[in-house]
Design a protein around this ligand. Structure first.
Ligand code: SF4
Ligand code: SF4
Length: 392
């Protein structure tokens, strides 16, 4: 009934589990993440894909197999969402154009988004975004100019900051003058080395690009960061994350942070949905974005008749780590809001002997109380007349 209660009984839990399963196995919508290349033009200091950057590009043969795969997936008017990811996807821009034009001819209901470092996003590419049906772009900035340039250098150009920001400016100028709707997310990767710059960086970016959504991408202390940081202490633990959030509010007020526990969807992410796949440049299939280039996490290949061949891995992601089956999670106050944490982290904990923190940063009575108070204060400040109907 939309009221807060302090206990979850079996009936509620079973209902949530059923809703989660229906969503997870929904066949009407498919999310496809396409990796046209494993190559990258940046050498970020913390990159977890560092050892996997290879000049591997999708071939015509794989492109054709991919189109067939997409045709199958979209039969009967199903909805398709495509994410272009890499490596750096704009290094394989011609491939993105070619695939998109073929999908356009299939006459299916689809939309797409791209995650790029933004360095190659020039006017020529921006002019084609509409035809490619790309209406959402995510670009990462790592703080103020000097810090960003140190952390996110190009292979041959150590000053990437201004190039990226100029490209963003061109993007907004072009879309405004052509009446095109584009959503730009600027993610500021934050860890212990650059956290002090976050608010300044946020404010500077919002001043220059008021229409962009700017938010922190927390570099977490998980299995990936063991390789990612030269010094593991740079990554945030759960406690570091909540302290960072609270400190931002105390010192800088509103800087793009959401203090209310965010619900990521009951079926989890692309890794735990039956009909969602990540397709690599050789047609290989993964469950999770972070698995790209990791041979032991390949679940199958679109070149094969039966696309999934590693049924053990496939089933582990779908059923093996279900938080509704986990003793710790199923009795926890935060389920289903936190979703049990990142599914890949749960795979690593359960099947690969890791001990990664999966719980939400809100966990802990005092932390939750403080964050809810901030959430309330922010609501009150923006819409005091609606506070009686506060949306939670
Ligand atoms: S499993 Fe974790 S890392 Fe992989 S896509 Fe899902 S949330 Fe992201
Ligand atoms: S907060 Fe931790 S124990 Fe609770 S549901 Fe999330 S992951 Fe599970």
């Amino acid at each position: 009934m939309g009221v807060i209660c302090d206990g979850v009984d079996d009936d509620i839990r079973n209902r949530l589990k059923l809703i989660s399963a229906l969503d997870k196995y929904n066949r009407d919508c498919s999310n496809l993440t396409i990796i046209p290349t494993l190559d990258c033009n940046f050498r970020c200091t913390y990159c977890y894909e560092k050892d996997r950057i290879k000049p591997v590009y999708m071939t015509d043969e794989t492109e054709n197999a991919l189109i067939e795969f997409i045709e199958q997936k979209s039969k009967g008017g199903k909805e398709l969402r495509i994410q272009w990811f890499g490596g750096e996807p704009l290094l394989a821009y011609e491939r993105i154009v070619s695939i998109s034009r073929k999908i356009n001819k299939l006459n299916i209901n689809y939309e797409s988004a791209i995650i790029t470092n933004g360095y190659l996003l020039n006017l020529e590419k921006i002019e084609l975004l509409k035809e490619l049906k790309i209406d959402k772009i995510q670009i990462t900035i790592d703080g103020m100019e000097e810090t960003h340039n140190k952390r996110r250098p190009h292979l041959r150009d150590h000053k990437t900051y201004n190039t990226i920001l100029n490209n963003i400016e061109t993007l907004f100028d072009y879309t405004k003058s052509n009446n095109i709707n584009i959503k730009l997310d600027i993610r500021i990767n934050v860890d212990n080395q650059n956290k002090k710059e976050y608010s300044q960086s946020y404010k500077e970016l919002k001043l220059r690009f008021p229409l962009a959504i700017v938010y922190p991408g927390i570099v977490k202390n998980d299995a990936l960061t063991t390789d990612r940081c030269n010094n593991l202490s740079c990554a945030f633990s759960r406690k570091d994350t909540s302290e960072f959030y609270l400190e931002q509010y105390n010192t800088s007020a509103e800087v793009g942070l959401d203090y209310y526990p965010t619900w990521y969807g009951i079926a989890g992410c692309t890794a735990t949905r039956f009909n969602d796949f990540v397709v690599g440049p050789q047609g290989e299939i993964y469950a999770c974005w972070h698995n790209v280039g990791d041979d032991k996490m390949i679940m199958g290949n679109i070149h094969n008749g039966e696309v999934i061949s590693n049924h053990i891995l496939f089933t582990r992601f779908l059923e093996g780590i279900d938080p509704f089956e986990n003793d710790k999670c199923k009795n926890c106050f935060y389920l289903p809001i936190c979703g049990g944490g990142c599914p890949y982290d749960r795979i690593l904990n359960k099947y690969y002997g890791q001990h990664i923190e999966t719980c939400t940063m809100h966990k802990g009575k005092k932390t939750l109380e403080k964050m809810l108070e901030i959430h309330y204060e922010m609501k009150l400040k923006h819409k005091p007349e609606n506070i009686g109907n506060i949306t939670i």
